[in-house]
Design a protein around this ligand. Structure first.
Ligand SMILES: C[S@@+](CC[C@H](N)C(=O)[O-])C[C@H]1O[C@@H](n2cnc3c(N)ncnc32)[C@H](O)[C@@H]1O
Length: 292
């Protein structure tokens, strides 16, 4: 063992670290996640030569660049996603929600859709494809597709837009042929890969945003639809309630939230009204802006 090799975290150290991560990211790590957390923290402590947790936490807290905190956060997130995941919600968007939202809006008006927790980009790109393919009024409005994540590494991959077979499995073949170009060269060693076409890459505005940081979400206002799917499962109840309140502030009156299939707003917040459409249930901010 080298001098700087980290020891396993004591229960108190584990609680301190998880409390810190909970405050900074909303991510809640219970004792059941100890193996996952321990291994990642030990790897980072070793990489920076921190002999004990106190030294490492000082780096996380006080490093001016925030670089180490970002590296640790990147390791602690679960970024699983794929094209057309929970497609019934995208169907709902193009079959019902968008028509309702633009009713009474003049041609050329802005529509803002935000994928919060977009991981490697499959979700916002799926939305872009669905709009182009299935919403006949797509050219009548100025559509802004915003996508964000707390993990800087997945955002780099989202901007690059290169995907493997697994990510593309749910996409019909004709859409793959239309919107993706096969990648050639050494990368094929890991199996074939495809790059999403430039026009679609340019259609999504990716940014690094931690949804629990009020300063970072301040720029998100007047949003018409927020997709925040399969992110709040990693939060505790308080974190979910806070996130719901943030969505409420970010949405325009009458705007909608789409959550993952295992996430229910009724258990998080009474600020929204559940709306049952033929394809899915979404949660709407009341038009008068209020809530119960
Ligand atoms: C499992 S992925 C879900 C991806 C996509 N929304 C989907 O449903 O397929 C969860 C994403 O949430 C991101 N995330 C976790 N905590 C976050 C936070 N506080 N702010 C922003 N993104 C966060 C993670 O980095 C990860 O990429």
């Amino acid at each position: 063992m080298s001098d700087t090799e980290p020891q396993a975290l004591s229960p108190e150290e584990y609680a301190t670290l998880c409390g810190f991560l909970r405050d900074r990211t909303g991510l809640s790590f219970t004792e059941a996640k100890r193996y996952f957390v321990d291994r990642r923290v030990a790897a980072r402590m070793q990489a920076v030569g921190a002999a004990d947790l106190r030294t490492y936490m000082n780096l996380l807290r006080f490093q001016a660049s925030g670089e180490e905190l970002q590296r640790l956060v990147n390791l602690m997130t679960v970024n699983e996603t794929y094209f057309f995941r929970e497609k019934y919600q995208f169907d709902c968007l193009v079959n019902s929600v968008l028509d309702e939202l633009v009713r009474g809006r003049p041609k050329g008006a802005r529509l803002r859709i935000w994928s919060a927790g977009c991981a490697t980009g499959e979700e916002p790109y799926s939305i872009a494809i669905m709009l182009l393919e299935n919403w006949r009024r797509v050219d009548d409005y100025e559509i802004e597709l915003l996508a964000s994540d707390i993990d800087s590494a997945v955002l780099d991959r989202a901007r690059e837009g290169i995907y493997d077979e697994r990510a593309l499995q749910g996409l019909p073949a004709h859409l793959r042929a239309k919107y993706f170009q096969p990648q050639r060269g050494p990368a094929e060693a890991g199996g074939p890969r495809w790059r999403i076409v430039e026009d679609l890459r340019d259609s999504v505005d990716f940014s690094l945003v931690n949804i629990v940081d009020p300063q970072q979400v301040r720029a998100f206002r007047g949003i018409d639809v927020i997709f925040c799917r399969n992110l709040l499962i990693y939060f505790d109840d308080l974190g979910r309630r806070e996130a719901a309140s943030m969505f409420h502030d970010a949405l325009a009156p009458g705007g909608f939230v789409c959550l993952g299939h295992s996430e229910s707003m009724s258990r998080m917040s009474s600020l929204f009204v559940p709306r049952r459409f033929p394809d899915a249930i979404l949660y709407q901010k009341p038009v008068d802006g209020g809530g119960a």
